[in-house]
Design a protein around this ligand. Sequence first.
Ligand SMILES: *Cc1c(COP(=O)(O)O)cnc(C)c1O
Length: 405
Amino acid sequence: MYFYKSKVSFVMTTEANNHKSTEMKAIKGKQEKTICVHEGEVTDTQFKGAVSPLFLSTSYPYEDVDEKRYPRYLNSPNPQNLARKVAALENAEDALMLSSGMAAISNTILTIMKPGEHIVLQNQLYGGTAHFITEELKALNIAFDFTDGLDVTDLERLIRPDTKAIYIETPSNPLLQIVDIAGVATFAQNNGLTSIIDNTFATPINQKPIDLGIDIVLHSATKYFGGHSDITAGAVAGKAATIERISNKAINLGGNLADFTAWLLERSMKTLSLRVHQQNQNAQQVADFLEGHQKIEKVNYPGLVSHPQHKLAKRQMKGFGGMMSFELKKDVNVQDFLSKLNLIKDSMSLAGVESTILLPSKTSHSLLTTEERQAQGISERLLRFSCGIEDADDLIEELENALHT
Ligand SMILES: *Cc1c(COP(=O)(O)O)cnc(C)c1O
């Protein structure tokens, strides 16, 4: 009883009305793996525990404090500190955590774009992003165009006097095509346009778009940041002034990341670099194996020398990622192949520590007609593969058995 009381009085005297407990350790200048583990930690000043304490409070004092705290203001301790880890990894001035990738994407586009303006987006975008654009922007009098191809000239061709921003996503889903990030960034800078990239597939471990001149980087943290298929979250990184504008929009629209999810996500991100490096390695091995297999028509992986943009990928990526897609030859029954997989699970999502597979023609791209899919290069026999951190030999053995007829 005495101990309990003394603990409470300690909290009251040293913690009340200040935010000491949310101080972060300064680890500037450290390497990436160290940033993954330590940047943006919440310091446990009370018990000096090794991990960030979790602050679930929705109620904070408002008088005589520097910052009015409230979770929807995106400044509760765990999400706010976690954003520093994202900013450090992306070499950005600042970052913001949101409740989902789509919350990051929608809040960003709604901040950057005003009525009467125009945005150019590459085709082959994440489906949810494409839906958001086509279903929400018209009513706001924001014009948009999707490119035909993925070259900088395809974007250039669509620029009008009222164009405000360019939006790209590379490697693309599900064909793993590569967009020239520096080329897009330079074009945007020369024409006074805001450049936005969805960096979910590559992660900052493999690709740092801000170093290549991009203005705003978006993430579905549901994917590699979370990495264990159990978290929904989003992030946006960029200049401090831009992040502040997006933050002000998000305060109005809602969509803050829940404190507990931020705490879990911090734990996940400690292993981001380790996971992604392993996934890069496994994916390269699996892609090499598939490319050499007689039952495989084609493998789309930027790490393969046969990839049409392998040189560009090498220039702008430090690793080629864990995502690939491949086409089965006509004599392999797609459903038979899928039914023989055990470790590799069917999944709509991606980027977990477990390997997963998806048939775009029957799932993510099932709303398109066969002709529309063909026009995009998505055949009925194309499979998207998200490589996990299992032993690559086990993955290859399973794929080999499933291809054996
Ligand atoms: C999943 C995903 C999104 C959307 O993220 P949510 O967290 O599901 O809202 C956006 N972009 C890419 C590339 C994705 O894979």
